[in-house]
Design a binder for this molecule. Structure first.
Ligand code: 5RP
Length: 224
């Protein structure tokens, strides 16, 4: 990650603070950009702002608790005013690929539960068509994983995610397959088709789920 990208992430994270309610429940996404945002939220809470979070990953939970941000129980339902989250790739229609941090299933649940969704990205995440830059992260149950992966191959090369030689697991203990679709024509149809495969828990395509996108780049911060 370049210094510029880190600076841009910080700028986007700080700009998202303006999107928060004076008080209430906020969704806390996952990833390195959101980590910077959570630090800013903690400053507000410390200063007396009555904000309560719903975390989208164990990583975010640990960070938020360590910084003194109160959290709601996992089971929901929650009355979430705004959720702030990152993305791996975003196209002109504000559709997203997420799940580079293995958290897209919880992220999608919280996104759908929120009245408003704010996505914070640095400009390296922009693309004209989803799938140009990223494969589609797909959470899969361990049972029958080979059979599920074989079906996913219909959409592109399907790779079990590993890190430093170890299989990556989601917070729920499931596996991740990255499906290299190439540029996607119809993300909504693809999401539905992939989700129809038994064993697929959730797909990292977020179609029509961003209300505001905050992009930080060399020309400053802009809202889309
Ligand atoms: C995690 C995600 C993240 O939002 C996405 O990977 C972006 O992360 P970062 O801010 O580190 O680039 O979807 O599952």
């Amino acid at each position: 990650m370049t210094n510029d990208a880190n600076e841009n992430k910080l700028s986007a994270a700080r700009a998202a603070i303006e999107e928060l309610p004076d008080e209430g429940v906020i969704g806390l996404g996952s990833g390195s950009t959101v980590r910077l945002f959570v630090i800013e939220v903690a400053k507000l809470v410390k200063a007396g702002r009555k904000l309560v979070g719903v975390p989208t990953s164990e990583g975010t939970r640990t960070q938020a608790l360590s910084l003194g941000i109160p959290l709601l129980p996992d089971q929901g339902p929650w009355d979430i005013a705004v959720c702030v989250d990152g993305a791996d790739e975003i196209d002109d229609r504000k559709d997203l690929i997420k799940g580079g941090g293995a958290a897209h299933t919880r992220e999608k649940i919280v996104n759908y539960a929120a009245r408003r969704n704010v996505i914070i990205v640095d400009e390296s995440k922009l693309s004209s068509r989803l799938g140009e830059k990223w494969p589609v992260p797909t959470e899969v149950l361990p049972f029958g994983q080979g059979a599920t992966a074989r079906r996913l191959e219909a959409f592109g090369r399907t790779v079990l995610r590993e890190k430093e030689g170890a299989i990556v697991r989601t917070d729920a203990g499931n596996l991740l397959y990255d499906v290299h679709t190439g540029p996607i024509d119809d993300a909504h149809a693809l999401e539905a088709a992939m989700k129809s495969i038994p064993g697929v828990v959730e797909v990292g395509l977020f179609v029509g789920r961003a209300d505001v996108v905050i992009v930080a780049g060399k020309d400053g911060v802009r809202r889309v």
